[in-house]
Design a protein around this ligand. Structure first.
Ligand SMILES: Nc1nc2c(ncn2[C@@H]2O[C@H](COP(=O)(O)OP(=O)(O)O)[C@@H](O)[C@H]2O)c(=O)[nH]1
Ligand SMILES: [Mg+2]
Ligand SMILES: [Zn+2]
Length: 416
């Protein structure tokens, strides 16, 4: 993406790593050397020792510390007030890319433009000295996941264990279907391969090949095939998913030594709690690329429409690619001349999941009656969505709080 950065207007492109209060941690695309030069130019009249207090995360690649040591690099003497809950240190990522703590331009707030983790953004007026910047624009998203809320994810790394906890085909199937329904590429990793015999591994491999997948057998403990996984993650945004206890945190800690995730922690219950905000963060892989954890969900909800379910099974997709059922809206149960129904291993899973998504749709339809608070909205590709109904504006009196907020906004706009 280098070259897109316009020097004249002092704009840089970057990726949002985390959202904390009203601040966004943005990793810039440009490398340290380019920015260092700029920093030297800006601060040449000042004493090096006064100008720059190099503050880097405790664990950082040695090479980049040395690079920083002989240069003039970020100092932290900015006058911008930052809440103490927000990290203020100017950070350098392990991949040598600078990170700025950014605010969102008022213009973006006005047009209701949200900034998500994973968003590609234009950062204006970077203040290299203070490590701050302002997000002026959000580039169009290539994809958008909602749980976790991350934009532009390239792939899902699905992690299961071959033992401890035992590999449950039905649960694996559910995660695979859920992942496939996002339209994002899926990589399947089977951890703890140190716990089973080679013959057992071959057996599982064959089974999953029939499902249409090529699993990578790994062991975090014995460092088996970790390099292979690392290569697949290079320069991509990856979300890691899977049930708890399979070794996701262990894997992230191995791939990113400064992530320091707690191993053996059951985060499922807390993360599902109503009032706990789910903290989403992209961790930087030392050789480039970003990785996010999804704190425990063991039973992902299947929320697709019944007609689409079959397309999330490679086995069914294969059949549908070469032939078609008699009815175009076939749900592949007991319809005549159905080419999907058959003796493939996961057909039973398909039927179970189908029942589940049909039940869910009936529930939604019932809610969609005139008395209810949701309305049906038809989207592109014939998709049906249900959205909360809003009362028409003219009958709604704005609350005092809203009035106050509008006033405050007015003042802020005046100031900026
Ligand atoms: N035998 C074995 N145990 C592992 C391996 N990787 C992780 N574990 C153990 O599995 C347990 C759960 O790991 P954790 O990373 O917390 O799993 P998470 O819930 O998916 O994040 C811990 O006790 C780890 O030490 C492995 O490759 N082999
Ligand atoms: Mg974990
Ligand atoms: Zn059919």
């Amino acid at each position: 993406m280098r070259g897109e950065v316009s020097e004249a207007t002092e704009q840089s492109l970057g990726t949002v790593l985390a959202v904390q209060a009203n601040f966004y941690r943005v990793q810039l695309d440009s490398e340290i050397e380019e920015i260092r030069k700029q920093c030297v130019a800006e601060h040449s009249e000042r004493e090096e020792s006064h100008c720059c207090v190099v503050r880097v995360p405790q664990v950082i690649a040695r090479a980049s510390v040395q690079k920083l040591a002989n240069g003039v690099f970020p100092c932290t003497d900015s006058s911008v007030e930052v809440p103490s809950s927000v990290k203020t240190a100017v950070e350098m990522s392990s991949s040598h890319l600078p990170i700025l703590l950014c605010t969102r331009r008022t213009r973006l707030k006005k047009i209701g433009q949200q900034v998500m983790v994973g968003d590609r953004v234009v950062v204006e007026e970077p203040d290299w000295a203070g490590g701050r910047g302002a997000i002026a624009e959000v580039l169009p998203r290539k994809s958008e996941l909602d749980r976790p809320a991350i934009a532009n994810v390239n792939q899902i790394l699905l992690v299961f264990a071959v033992a401890d906890p035992p590999l449950e085909p039905y649960q694996l199937s559910r995660f695979l279907v859920k992942a496939q329904s996002t339209d994002i590429d899926v990589i399947l990793c089977l951890n703890k391969s140190d716990l089973i015999a080679k013959e057992q591994q071959v057996e599982i491999h064959e089974q999953l090949e029939h499902w249409g997948y090529q699993p990578i057998f790994i062991s975090v403990n014995k460092s088996i095939n970790i390099d292979q996984v690392a290569r697949k993650l290079k320069d991509k945004i990856t979300v890691i998913a899977g049930p708890s206890g399979v070794g996701k945190s262990s894997l992230i800690n191995t791939l990113i030594p400064n992530a320091n995730l707690r191993v053996g922690e059951v985060s499922g219950k807390l993360a599902r709690g109503r009032h706990t905000t789910r903290h989403v963060e992209l961790f930087e892989l030392p050789s480039g690329g970003l990785l996010a954890d999804t704190p425990g969900f063991n039973q992902p909800d299947l929320d697709c429409v019944p007609e689409e379910l079959a397309s999330y099974f490679p086995e069914a997709r294969q059949r549908l690619a070469v032939d078609s059922c008699r009815f175009s809206d076939c749900l592949h149960r007991d319809e005549p001349e159905c080419i999907v129904r058959g003796d493939w291993e996961r057909y039973e899973h398909y039927l179970d999941f189908l029942e589940e998504v049909i039940k869910r749709q009936i529930q939604l339809n019932q809610q969609a009656d005139p008395e209810s608070t949701v309305k049906v909205k038809t989207k592109g590709k014939g998709k049906t969505q249900y959205e909360p109904k809003l009362e028409s504006k003219k009958y709604r009196r704005s609350s005092r709080r809203t009035q106050l907020q509008e006033l405050q906004q007015l003042y802020q706009d005046e100031e900026s």
